[in-house]
Ligand binder design. Structure first.
Ligand code: GLU
Length: 380
């Protein structure tokens, strides 16, 4: 399994507060961060894309604001996050600049990942940043998130980010080096699992109470993260960050637990689009577009001859061939009204017609699941 990391194209690394921030003094653990940045630079140097989900804002900010040890009230942790996030982003920027890597900060709320429209926006920004060679450093936007609408732990946030980015590997680095059959602190027979295929009730039962004092996650949130990652076709590792160069260590075979999906991110996404979403409308394509779809292209506004239903940007719609027969489903990049205005027009005219420059594609090929080959359609 250790080669999974070396072979991945897009890696999300979640870094827990306890690794970045000294538990006693509340100071940033700079040498550790620098070593982590070396590992990230090594991944980038061999052509891998890396997204960092970094905790530590609250832990850093509370020291700065002189807040007393112990649990914080919501307003206090929000104030601490507001102060600490600047330091955290700055620390990452400095550490990665040593390798000439550009950092991009993204602060997400639960809404950004749960509402489809915002999810698509965040997904495309993330894709653009990666294409431009930046290393996105992501955290929850703790300052505005209230208790009902926040993740509260970066394990689950990282899994949603991995899903959103169609990452093939997610590594959760914290002070635990994997999932154990029982609490290793109490049970001498506890043994670390090497690989997990699927989240069963037995696996869930192995996740006990949170282990770390500084971060908010425990094994429970890591298992919840694994569930999301596996459904997205993403491999996930729980590995120890207690050592310097933890990614290099995982590659060299350091003990950890790998969660193994039974699909790839691409097939998992296609299944999700094809199966679980309720279509709110339909678009009918012309013969030219049908041919283009058969070649694996995206659907452009120019190739659309009819639109039905009421949908918003990001909603699922049915795709129909010129004969009206269903071809599959896709997530549409425009609302009904805007889609109607630009259908039949060239993509370079979108801005003139709508007054803003939206996507060139009505449905991007990555947002489409076809249930029959358009080449088999009559007249294709
Ligand atoms: N978002 C929180 C922070 O940056 C951390 C959440 C967690 O510990 O998982 O401080």
């Amino acid at each position: 399994m250790s080669s999974r990391l070396a072979e991945a194209q897009r890696i999300v690394i979640k870094i827990g507060s306890a690794l970045l921030v000294d538990q006693e003094s509340g100071a940033l653990r700079r040498p550790w961060l620098d070593a982590m940045a070396d590992d990230i630079a090594a991944c980038r140097a061999r052509g891998q894309e890396v997204v960092v989900v970094s905790s530590g804002a609250i832990a850093l900010g509370r020291r700065q604001l002189g807040l007393a040890p112990g649990p914080l009230r919501l307003e206090e942790s929000q104030a601490a996050a507001a102060t600490g996030q600047i330091r955290l982003a700055h620390a990452w920027q400095g550490a990665l600049a040593r390798h000439d890597l550009t950092v991009a900060q993204i602060l997400l709320t639960l809404d950004d990942t749960e509402s489809r429209r915002r999810y698509l926006n965040a997904r495309s920004t993330l894709g653009t940043l990666l294409r431009l060679g930046a290393v996105p450093v992501i955290n929850e936007n703790d300052t505005v998130a209230t208790s009902e609408i926040r993740y509260g732990d970066n394990d689950r946030l990282a899994a949603r980010v991995a899903e959103m980015a169609s990452a093939d590997v997610l590594v959760l680095l914290s002070d635990v080096d994997g999932l154990y059959t029982a609490d290793p602190g109490r049970d001498p027979n506890a043994r670390r699992l090497e690989t997990v295929h699927g989240i069963t009730a037995e696996i869930e039962a192995m996740a006990g109470a949170p282990l770390s004092a500084v971060g908010s996650g425990g094994m429970t949130t890591k298992i919840a993260a694994a569930r999301v990652a596996l459904a997205a076709g993403c491999h996930m590792a729980i590995a120890s960050g207690r050592i310097d160069h933890p990614l290099a260590a995982v590659e060299a075979g350091a003990g950890c637990t790998w969660f193994v999906p039974n699909a790839t991110p691409r097939t998992a996404r296609k299944l999700w689009i094809g199966g679980t979403l309720k279509p709110l409308g339909s678009v009918t394509v012309d013969h030219g577009a049908l041919k283009a779809l058969a070649r694996g292209s995206s659907l452009l506004p120019a190739g659309i001859i009819a639109i039905e239903g009421q949908f918003e940007r990001g909603d699922a719609v049915l795709l129909r061939g010129p004969d009206g027969v269903e071809l599959g489903r896709g997530l549409i990049a425009y609302s009904t009204d805007d889609a109607r205005l630009i259908m039949g027009h060239r993509s370079q005219d979108i801005e003139r017609i709508l007054g803003y420059r939206g996507r060139d594609e009505m449905i991007h090929r990555d947002d489409m699941a076809l249930n029959r080959n358009p080449a088999d359609a009559p007249d294709a």
